[in-house]
Design a binder for this molecule. Sequence first.
Ligand code: ADP
Ligand code: ZN
Length: 730
Amino acid sequence: MSREYFEEGARVGILTPEPLDRVLDYRAPEGGCWLGAFVEVPLGPRKVLGVVWGEGAGDFDAGKLRAVNRVLEAAPMRGELRSFLEKAGAYTLTPLSQMLRLATRVPGLSDPPSMRKIYRLGQGEPDRMTDARQRVIDTLVEYGGLGFTLSELSSLAGVSTSVIKGLAKQGVVEEADTPRDAPYLPLDPDLPSKELTEDQASAAEALRTGMAARRYGTTLLKGVTGSGKTEVYLEAVAECLRQGRQALVLLPEIALTSEFLTRVEARFGAKPAEWHSGVTMTERRRAWKMVGQGAAQLVVGARSALFLPYRDLGLIVVDEEHDSSYKQEEGALYNARDMAVLRASLNDAQVVLASATPSLESWANAEAGKYARLDLTARFGEAVLPEMAAIDMRTQDLPAQSWLSPRLTGEVAKRIQNGEQALLFLNRRGYAPVTLCRACGAQVGCDHCDARMVEHRFQKRLVCHQCGETKPLPEVCPSCGVEGKMAAVGPGVERVAEEAARAFPDAKLAILSSDLFGSARALKAQIEEIAQGDTDIIIGTQLVAKGHNFPRLTLVGVVDADLGLQGGDLRAAERTFQLMRQVAGRAGRAEKRGVALLQTFQPDHPVIRAILSGDEEGFWRAEAAEREQAGMPPYGRLAGIIISAPDAASAFDLGNHLARHDDALRAVGAVVYGPAPAPIARVRGRHRVRLLVKAPKGVALQGAIRRWTDGVKLPTNLRLSVDIDPQSFY
Ligand code: ADP
Ligand code: ZN
């Protein structure tokens, strides 16, 4: 047992989020401090946040030790979270200080709890009654003892604030101070749920039994879109709440939260806490504090919600678990799905991974018996999976600069006539992926990256999808100086929309692409309008693949089904399979059976065939066999090493040095490939070089990589980051 409390003056080790990569020694402050306490410490001339991480190391002269300034008024970080940060940091090779930053991303953490004034019914009698005064009293009586802020009460009662202040002077209304960060309204797990189908009920029962064991366990909940996965996992949440433990539901898209909040409110009678980038600073602080006090029973959030200071986290649901946005690709490189499993295992908690199209990793873990698996086979109600067919583009006659085959436009026309909706799907934002000079053949690239600039016609600019840099469309070729020869090559969603508008001049079109909306709210409004409204044709990127409900949608046309197959990426086949299945799942969610048509030049490609035949298990078995054969994840291990530098030569020098001095890797049976320029070799002005480490499964890869990279001294200006279990290869 480590020490839990440190007397004043005792030597304590403090972890700070500063990039120091070590725990620093301090003296415990007056009154002592608890293990895990949030504190403020002097660091050079500054005062910084810290957490009491354990006993001091004792290698620093006791006489020179500085004292902790003060202990902050937040519940100490629990052992479970400290150990999660340590283990997650060790797994992803992320410095502990950086892990602590993930757990303290909240404004005002070091401020004392702030108070605000509320007004409620007092004992006094008014010297005289007026209409306005009566309305204030009536309002307070009506809400039975609830207190309101001055502005809330004045608007509820429809009186000026001076009326309330006047009543307060006479004690008719009582002023009181309450903490600004209010607890969340309690959720009631015993409100009635929807009546579950037999399938759903037995899955819900299995999850409840898992919860009841109060031990760690992970369940893959697989079911086609619309089969009721959400209904089912809400029952696991209900059981978790009954046990008095906290639950976390991770969603891949902020745009999905509002529909989910409404469902939680319908099921449990109140809204949960939210934690994602769309939440205001005030709400963020409230959520962080209330989660820590156990006054938030359920949190809905993005991957960073995994690092909140839960009192007792009993359940983590990862919805759309295959979604690539769960992988954080900058800073600490972690996969929220895997970290959810880690955190749950440290707190005897359950994990539910929900998906219509699980990742191969989760599928394989279920096959191997590490995860339980539950399948929901039927769609709820009448809705059935769409009929799927390929349009062989080799046989379709297309004029230049068009991408919609006659067969597809014919089908769209029929839907419009019937008052139904059609979706044209192309996973590429913008107008055209390439802008080319017809005089010299040069393509417009980004000045900072190696990427081509993508034309966005709505913004009237070229945009780099790698670094976000934009520039105006050139009239004159930047390479040869010839004027008026710049041409857009290839389609993005905006261009497909243009073609659709030409083909269907009377139809109402809507484009769904993440860059066209200034805010999550605007996007949400657009999605709702499409779901209910009179849109005939939706043109969208992968944004539409994610769980939205369009009841009138009966046709999905995939403009370029081959797009994901050419990446040369380990997961190209898997991603294409998932995306196509999901987009197809948008069609016919209501009563009418939908149709999905895939435009492809390779109708015989195994992935396209598996999508069309709907043989999911067959697809996974084939893909798993290929990966196993090649020793690739999840049957082998990979780590990416990314070196970046202002000039390519020094990045390559370091890469070559590492590749030559690979004893530490070879000692565990790992091999290193590279260095090679990263597929996008320059990002934000820095040159990037990659190495890929491949190892058999079961090898202690992190330790070997650490020994390997610790051996080199990084010149200033060079950065090296390690990506354990890389998802993308950029
Ligand atoms: P998934 O999460 O698998 O996509 P949902 O849980 O969102 O599926 O269910 C799809 C739709 O069907 C939702 O509107 C949901 O409320 C409804 N639904 C699912 N199961 C039931 C049920 N047993 N009773 C009533 N409505 C249901
Ligand atoms: Zn760029």
